[in-house]
Unconditional design. Structure first.
Length: 243
């Protein structure tokens, strides 16, 4: 009987010793090379021990794969929720225009433009490049002008809302062709201003504003830009005809 108790106690002490050595190895406190052959055979027995042992040996992989999974999830959600716009409407006037008015102008254009990407709805991205002539913020002026220059190379940016000064400026940037021809310039009337909210900042009817369709002939724009130009021309003609 005493021998049986002694054997049970011995097994219990051995199990405790193995568990202690396993934890020390996991924590880097014990060099596995100093263990004898029997001790080197120590293996985790419980689920917690197995999980701890797996994470200890594969910690870097788990962290890397976890990070990649999070990044992939964000990208998938971003792509799934991103709006696929049919066209870009550029607003470039020498005046301050508040963001809500910019959105309203985009909604106004949606009533005339075609469903270019054929997804069952029309979404127009109204991009504001305007700045007040009175501004003393050189960085703001530089940023807005750089946005306009980038949009002139955008295959979806065919329509612009300009004032007299910004129109004259854009038509002067090239000696080889006229960016906005006379036939593709339409002075916006009261029907346009009535679609915008009262008390807004910018696009006051007391100042002349023009809807302008850009030229793509003699430019580097081609391919999809041709179809975008045709859809923009159709919208421009509808507005010009008052339809």
């Amino acid at each position: 009987m005493d021998n049986k108790k002694s054997e049970t106690l011995s097994q219990r002490e051995k199990a405790q010793k193995e568990l202690l050595q396993l934890k020390k190895m996991q924590q880097g406190q014990l060099d596995p090379s100093i263990l004898n052959d029997d001790d080197k055979k120590i293996v985790p027995k419980t689920l917690d021990e197995k999980c701890d042992n797996f994470f200890y040996h594969h910690k870097a992989k788990v962290i890397i794969f976890g990070f990649l999974a999070v990044v992939l999830s964000v990208l998938i959600v971003s792509c799934a929720t991103r709006t696929n716009y049919d066209a870009t409407l550029t607003i470039y006037c020498y005046e301050y225009i508040d963001s809500e008015t910019v959105k309203e102008v985009g909604k106004w254009m949606e009533g005339y433009h075609a469903d270019s990407n054929e997804n069952g709805k029309v979404d127009i991205l109204a991009t504001d490049c305007s700045f007040s002539e009175d501004t003393e913020l050189a960085d703001t002026v530089s940023t807005q002008q750089m946005k306009v220059q980038a949009l002139l190379m955008d295959r979806e940016a065919m329509l612009f809302i300009l004032d007299e000064n910004s129109l004259a400026y854009l038509n002067s940037i090239s000696e080889n062709f006229e960016l906005f021809t006379k036939d593709n310039i339409y002075k916006l009337d009261n029907d346009f201003y009535k679609t915008l909210s009262d008390g807004r900042f910018g696009l006051d009817p007391e100042k002349d504003h023009y809807l302008c369709l850009r030229t793509i002939d003699k430019t580097a724009l081609e391919g999809k830009a041709v179809k975008n130009y045709e859809d923009a021309k159709a919208a421009f003609d509808k507005i010009k005809a008052g339809k």
